[in-house]
Design a protein around this ligand. Structure first.
Ligand code: 0GY
Length: 291
């Protein structure tokens, strides 16, 4: 595993062709586009500057991995300017949907334009290393506005902040999708009380969860055996409300360059039956993003 230096790309230059053949029509439901900066400059308030990862590279990876569709999530390095995201959506032939990060002063007409491009959610990011979170009423007001468009909320938080955030998340008027399994404490093991509480939360059908991203959570490194039990438990508990994504281009990865082909090969480990794979990769994301 090579160390990644500042200024290096955070993605594998030559991911393997997956051994696991995903079902036809599969959706990579968490990925990003970065730049190119000369067309879509990074936000002045950003907390990291990535290497450009433009839409052409994302779509080539999609094809290489055997996927058909993407859900592209606005990353913090682009702040509240969703131009790169919208450009990728419009270039996708209806094969991509978007999760935007928006400013409270966005107009209804601008939201409707984004809907037309394929945006179906807003992301509330509570990771202080990535953003300076706003006061909760700002998010509540935005959730009320986007609910009218039939959109949902995607939320990114750390396990340490979960308990404090849950009442607020439950109060939102939309479905809430939780990024990266709520970033569980892998070293505490799958039976730890925090993750048990998270599993209990998933009994509320307001909540959906993304079960990818082992590369970011792992302690042991590839092939991510230490993270698999967490994803597997979530899929068993809420098979109709789980989503999977590559997380390409893996912003802020410092420990190693994840091989996206290997990430795909891990899908049958966490979703062992064809029925679970069909829900995870097709039925669930289509319902949430293309219905
Ligand atoms: C991710 C993860 C990260 C970055 C961002 O918005 C962002 O910049 O989400 C991270 O550094 O954990 O998958 O989106």
């Amino acid at each position: 595993m090579a160390d990644i230096k500042t200024g290096d790309a955070t993605w594998h230059p030559n991911p393997k062709k997956p051994d696991f053949v995903v079902p036809a029509g599969a959706v990579d439901a968490h990925c990003h586009v970065f730049g190119p900066a000369n067309q879509f400059p990074y936000a002045p308030e950003r907390k990291y500057t990535p290497v450009d990862a433009p839409k052409e590279k994302l779509f080539a990876l999609r094809d290489h991995l055997g996927f058909s569709k993407n859900v592209i999530v606005q990353a913090s390095c682009h702040g509240k300017d969703n131009a790169a995201l919208v450009d990728a959506l419009r270039a996708s032939n209806d094969n991509a949907r978007g999760v935007a990060v928006v400013s409270p002063d966005i107009t209804d007409a601008e939201l409707e334009d984004m809907h037309d491009a394929g945006v179906r959610a807003v992301r509330f990011n509570f990771l202080k290393r990535l953003v300076d979170p706003a006061p909760k009423p700002v998010y509540t007001r935005m959730a009320e506005r986007i609910a009218k468009l039939g959109w949902h909320v995607v939320v990114y938080f750390e396990e340490a902040d979960r308990e404090e955030l849950v009442p607020f998340l439950k109060s939102l008027p939309t479905t809430v999708v939780i990024d990266h399994m709520g970033r569980p404490e892998i070293k505490a093991g799958v039976d730890n009380s925090g993750f048990k509480a998270f599993l209990d939360l998933m009994d509320d059908d307001k909540f959906w969860v993304k079960v990818g991203c082992p590369e970011r959570l792992t302690i042991d490194g590839p092939p991510y055996d230490d993270v698999a039990p967490f994803a597997k438990s979530l899929i068993q508990r809420a098979p109709d409300r789980v989503l999977w994504g590559t997380d390409w281009p893996h912003p802020n990865m410092k420990s190693h360059l994840p091989d996206d082909g290997l990430l795909v090969d891990r899908i049958p480990v966490i979703a062992p039956s064809p029925e679970l794979q069909q829900k995870l990769l097709i039925n669930n994301p289509l319902l949430l993003y293309w219905a």
